[in-house]
Structure formats: structure tokens, C-alpha cells
Design a protein around this ligand. Structure first.
Ligand code: CTP
Ligand code: MG
Length: 235
């Protein structure tokens, strides 16, 4: 069946530094959000993209998307976002029309995810998984710490989880629609991804291989990397 993609793009991008909302910042002259929307529409399975825009920026996002048309098979909706990523995704889910049994949630801040990764996530859901996350092994060792007594001060290390069992997860994350909607209606804890809400329901979540180019543009250095990846693609 057809797949819908919800793209939360309502964040301000505080860690990127001053400037336009992150999703509207450009890469290779094109807004990050447009790259992200195209990355979802590049999959032939995706027939609807729901963009969750900055609350005061829906008109701007609509005209941006009008100026960057998608393949004819793909419809686009734009809805206003909320205070948190979780709220923004929830608003996107509220806007989904009936008929899409598989839903992807993809950060606008991951503009360069390759279509093969998108398709691998969709295929795993079609094969019966209720929740699928693209994941990569970690390069760095990870420490669990106690909060510092003074900001910027030393943090006591509590534990070092076995790195070989840890994964960094990316988006798009793919879901059985009913399960994802139920998770968003039920889970009220603060979370940083959608799959963790499904985990809290006790439902199984599985990984598929992620991709280095699906990294999240978070800090200024990430913009430099994204520009370089894009330039290499255009060679
Ligand atoms: N997001 C959203 N609504 C929010 C907060 C975040 O739709 N209220 C989206 C962002 O636009 C982004 C994705 O969630 O595409 C991942 O969030 P993150 O990388 O943290 O982006 P920002 O929240 O914008 O960045 P920062 O945390 O540095 O402010
Ligand atoms: Mg954020």
C-alpha cells in the first residue's frame, strides 16, 4: 500500500546558531527542508508528504514547496508544528488522511538520506515489523555520567555500556500507522525519537542499516559536511 511521510521541520535550530529556522537554511542554495522532502518523494512508495512547519512559517513553507515541485505521484500537506518535536510529529499525524497504512517520520534536519535507506525502512515494515529504525554502530565510546555539580565542571562517570551493542539511530523511522498513532496518544514522557514511544508500549522495534549521509545537521560543522556531501554528489 501507499506510504505517507511526516517531516517535522518546526524546530528553531538553536545549536546551529543564529539565523533562519534550521529547516529553511540552505544547502547548495536549496532549503534543507526541500532536500528532505525530495529525499522522501524519491521513494516510489511514498505518495504523501506532510510537512510540519514552524508555527509562524506555514505560508512561507507552502510557497517554498510550490516553487520546488515534486514528482506527480507525491502529494504535499503543510501543517503548523508545536513546542517540542513530539508535539510537531503529533500534529503531522493528526493531519494524515485515511489510506496510508505505513507512516515514515523523517527529520527535516537529515536532508541527505539516500533513497535506498528510505526503501529499506519501508520494506522492513512491509515485511511485518511494526517499527523500524535505521541504525549505525558508534565510532566513539559512550559514558553514562552523573550531572556536574557546577555547569561545565567535571561529571563523575557511572558506567561504560558495551559499545558493540550500542547504535546511533537515524530517520526515516517507519511504522505501522495504527501503532504509531496509538503510541503518540498514550506516551507522555519526553522522548527524542518516535520509536522509543513504540518501545514504551512494549511493541518490538527493529533496526535496518543506516547510512552515514543520513546524519543530522545539528551544529555548524554539520553544515560544512553537508555542503561537501552535496558538492560530491553533483560532480
Ligand atoms: N522539530 C520540530 N518541532 C520542534 C522541535 C524540533 O518539528 N518543536 C524538528 C526539527 O525541525 C528537526 C527535527 O525535529 O527537523 C529534529 O530536531 P533537532 O535536530 O533537535 O532540530 P531543532 O530542534 O530545530 O534544533 P535545536 O535542538 O538545536 O534547536
Ligand atoms: Mg531540538
Amino acid at each position: 500500500g501507499p506510504v505517507a511521510a511526516v517531516i517535522p521541520a518546526a524546530g528553531r535550530g538553536v545549536r546551529l546558531g543564529p539565523g533562519a529556522p534550521k529547516a529553511l537554511r540552505t544547502l547548495g542554495g536549496t532549503p534543507m527542508l526541500v532536500h528532505a522532502v525530495r529525499a522522501m518523494a524519491a521513494s516510489r512508495a511514498v505518495s504523501l508528504v506532510v510537512v510540519v512547519a514552524p508555527p509562524d512559517g506555514t505560508a512561507e513553507v507552502k510557497s517554498l514547496l510550490d516553487a520546488h515541485p515534486l514528482p506527480e505521484r507525491t502529494d504535499v500537506l503543510v501543517v503548523p508544528g508545536g513546542e517540542t518535536r513530539q508535539e510537531s510529529v503529533g500534529r503531522g499525524l493528526d493531519a494524515l488522511p485515511p489510506g496510508h497504512e505505513i507512516v515514515l517520520v523523517h527529520d527535516a534536519a537529515r536532508p541527505l538520506v539516500p533513497v535506498d535507506t528510505v526503501d529499506a525502512v519501508i520494506e522492513a515494515v512491509r515485511d511485518g515489523a511494526v517499527a523500524v529504525v535505521p541504525a549505525l554502530p558508534l565510532a566513539d565510546t559512550v559514558k553514562q555520567v552523573e550531572p556536574a555539580r557546577t555547569p561545565g565542571g567535571p561529571e563523575p562517570v557511572l558506567a561504560t555500556p558495551d559499545r558493540s551493542r550500542l547504535r546511533a539511530v537515524q530517520t526515516p523511522q517507519g511504522f505501522d500507522r495504527a501503532t504509531l498513532i496509538h503510541a503518540h496518544e498514550t506516551v507522555t514522557d519526553d522522548v527524542t525519537d518516535d520509536a522509543s514511544m513504540v518501545e514504551q508500549l512494549g511493541e518490538p522495534v527493529v533496526t535496518v542499516p543506516g547510512h552515514e549521509e543520513a546524519f543530522k545537521v545539528t551544529r555548524p560543522l554539520d553544515l560544512i559536511l553537508a555542503e561537501a556531501v552535496l558538492a560530491r554528489r553533483r560532480l
